[in-house]
Design a binder for this molecule. Structure first.
Ligand code: NAD
Length: 423
């Protein structure tokens, strides 16, 4: 099939590379010229395991990036993968969805053959029907009936994005009509996963409900973890017993400094905002966010108890990415922690295996180190904020510190003298 993908970020670029890997002819339309140039030189603008290899195998063969919508009509299916960041009131900013839809509509204005427009971005229920469809159809006029609409939410995890795209738990295809859904299913030929067919609006809600549930599991574990900490109980021992109940399962029960990333915080906030607009009090979801906002303060409280006044103290921060195996720092819990440390006069020496550069664009005022050892040298304390596997074996490196005060926010360290945030 000929597939056009709009937006070359984490979702769009990974989808484009994987669809090229499935044998489709893929055109990636991205407004950022620097990204287009990098992709066409088979250089990935983001770090994602397996992505560089896919780009080298397919760029110049069946994968091409461009800033222009001019040739979009030559594809059979278009997937919208642009961002949907939060507005100040927590609701989703749909301006990029609207402009991409308008540009798709203009590009399809004279197309005679059937075309499917699919939304892969995470959008509030009703968006495909009430915003994307009219924006596209406004420009396609007499050909409007020759366009089918699909909502195909993406569930990939950053760090494992290529794996998750190729081996998903399920593929959700919400469609405006049967033909649109049938045509779109062919895009996934070659992937072995259950396919759930729904209407447009249910597909949109499946994505929000999934993320809200996962975020709830994390905040639940953190709340139990905070109680465990006071009582001298190891919350990881507790959750290993809880997670073996098949009705619960062991995933996303990791207590720590809380969830970050470009999805959970914004999607839970958008769902809260949606509920409030309908006069429904989202009591549970608000608590999920409250617990998450407070977790970073917990690690700072432990630090203050252990070392006292932070003025001019050197604090090593290991881990800046919102999770391991990514360079993405969006909504990383390291941001509020570092801001608090800097606000209290501490000298922060930070190290992340992949995310030093992305964090330095947000917090240029701190020191970035090339290794954990460098960050730890002469430090008065160390905070671990990302579960990078390479941190697991650190031990003698902590001897480089002025005092061995080690606080683990992710339960990644194996050394005996680290204090846990919830254990
Ligand atoms: P991103 O910000 O990394 O990428 C979006 C890209 O779209 C950017 O490169 C931007 O330049 C480009 N863009 C914006 N307007 C455009 C236009 N009109 N035409 C062409 N390109 C345009 O975002 P992301 O992390 O890839 O997320 C995209 C969507 O997928 C969001 O709705 C997000 O919630 C959802 N999602 C993300 C993940 C994830 O792990 N990142 C997982 C599942 C779903």
């Amino acid at each position: 099939m000929r597939v056009s993908i709009i937006g070359g970020g984490y979702v769009g670029l990974v989808s484009a590379a994987c669809m090229a890997g499935l044998g489709h002819s893929v055109m990636l339309i991205e407004i950022d010229e620097n990204k287009v140039e990098a992709i066409n030189s088979a250089k990935s603008p983001i770090y994602e395991k397996g992505l560089a290899e896919l780009l080298s195998a397919h760029v110049g063969r069946n994968l091409l990036a461009t800033t222009s919508y001019e040739n979009l009509a030559r594809s059979d299916v278009s997937l919208i993968c642009v961002g949907t960041p939060p507005l100040p009131d927590g609701s989703a900013d749909l301006s990029m969805i609207e402009s991409a839809s308008t540009l798709i509509g203009k590009a399809l204005a004279n197309k005679e053959k059937y075309h499917v427009v699919a939304v892969k971005s995470t959008v509030p229920p009703g968006t495909t029907q009430n915003l994307v469809m009219p924006a596209v159809q406004k420009h396609t006029g007499k050909n409007a009936g020759k366009i089918g609409f699909v909502m195909n939410p993406e569930f990939l995890r950053e760090g494992l994005a290529v794996h998750d795209f190729m081996k998903p738990d399920r593929i959700v295809i919400g469609s405006s009509d049967v033909r649109a859904g049938d045509v779109f299913e062919s895009v996934y030929q070659g992937i072995d996963a259950p396919i759930i067919r729904t209407g447009l609006i249910a597909a949109e809600m499946i994505k929000y409900a999934s993320n809200a549930f996962l975020a709830t599991k994390i905040s639940f574990s953190n709340e139990i973890g905070n109680v465990c900490k006071k009582m001298g109980i190891d919350v990881y021992e507790v959750m290993s017993g809880v997670g073996l109940d098949h009705r619960i399962n062991p995933h996303f029960l990791n207590a720590g400094v809380g969830f970050g990333g470009s999805c959970f915080p914004k999607d839970v906030s958008a769902l809260i905002s949606l509920a409030e607009k309908m006069d429904i009090a989202p009591v549970l979801l608000r608590s999920v966010m409250d617990v998450n906002e407070k977790q970073p303060q917990k690690i700072v409280e432990i630090l203050l108890r252990r070392v006292g006044d932070l003025k001019a103290k050197r604090i090593a921060v290991l881990g800046l990415a919102f999770k391991n195996d990514t360079d993405d720092v969006r909504e990383s819990r390291a941001i509020p922690v570092i801001k608090e440390l800097v606000g209290r006069g501490a000298l922060v020496a930070a190290y992340d295996p992949k995310a030093n550069a992305s964090m330095s664009a947000i917090l240029p005022e701190i020191e970035y180190c090339g290794s954990a050892s460098h960050a730890l040298t002469n430090a008065d304390a160390c905070l671990v904020l990302t579960e990078w596997p390479e941190f697991a074996d650190l031990d003698k490196e902590f001897d480089l510190m002025r005092s061995r005060v080690i606080i683990d926010g992710r339960r990644v360290l194996s050394c005996r003298d680290a204090e846990g945030i919830c254990w």
